[in-house]
Design a protein around this ligand. Sequence first.
Ligand code: ASP
Length: 346
Amino acid sequence: MKRILMIGTGGTIASGDTEAGLAPALDSAAFLRYVPAVEALCRVETRQVCNIDSTNMTPAHWLDIARAIRESYDDFDGFVISHGTDTMAYTAAALSFLIQGSPKPIVLTGSQKPISMDVTDSKTNLLDSFTVACDGRIPGVTVVFGGAVILGTRARKTYSKSFGAFSSINYPVLGVVRDGVLVPYITPAARPAPLFCDSLDARVSLVKLIPGVSPAMLSFALDHSDGVLIESFGVGGVPAGDGGQFYDLIRTAVARGKTVVVTTQVQNEGSDLAVYNVGHRLKSDLGVLESYDMTLEAAVAKLMWALAQSKDRDAVRVLFYSPVAGEILAAPEDVKNKTDIKIIKT
Ligand code: ASP
């Protein structure tokens, strides 16, 4: 019988009703008792890393989860992480960079309704996740939710209430679980053993552009961060107004060793900075990076991971653009086969 480690972190799936709204109450051993069918599938051990609403997740928690998996990696055939849905996509992306190429499944799941409710998606999501973790044909970090198996770097919460809350962005779903049976469509590449990394640079922030946004917002973010993502419009660019203040701020920040990444508010198809004049110069003259087809969640986690590896501008560029876990398909040709940047193994 397969051995699976279940790691509890909180979220709706573990929540009870309080006078002040839903709050995590059950540990993973307690809510697993609601799904006895799991015991028929595998031998489960549980470990609680935290018990929080995922709104309170931080990069330090991502490192704790990665450490819990690393410490017991050899003792289990797969891992199921129960997690709040709100920031699950960020955690899935971060784990994809912290545990690269895992040949064993590392499945994140959660639910829109608590397990104690009569009508809930939690039992199906849990059982489906254990099915994927035991099956083993889809390795690496995935999100299993609403019957879909989604690559960890491609998941995004796209519905705030529906049971099918997650979508796979710019990438097909890896498979589906129907009536308890996994139907795999795509098998992600795995290494013989995972490459573990154990550091992230959490000094990363995001500035979302709105029409008329003040350059002061970007200035503040640049002052307080090693890396800033600018969530711009369409295929990407920054406003030329205010005497080109955005350009000046970016130029100064890049010269001070900061990394600036332009990403887009448009969910599908990604950025292409070179298309319009408002983006072209950022790339050619100012050394700004872009997210291409990466999700925002993946771009945030990847930037934290890359900046923890190196602060050297060229090294960060290569690390950020090199595919690690299926997160980028449109990487520039010159970094595709670059092997001279060594990833820090721990
Ligand atoms: N606020 C909850 C959380 O992310 C929502 C959920 O789990 O569905 O922890």
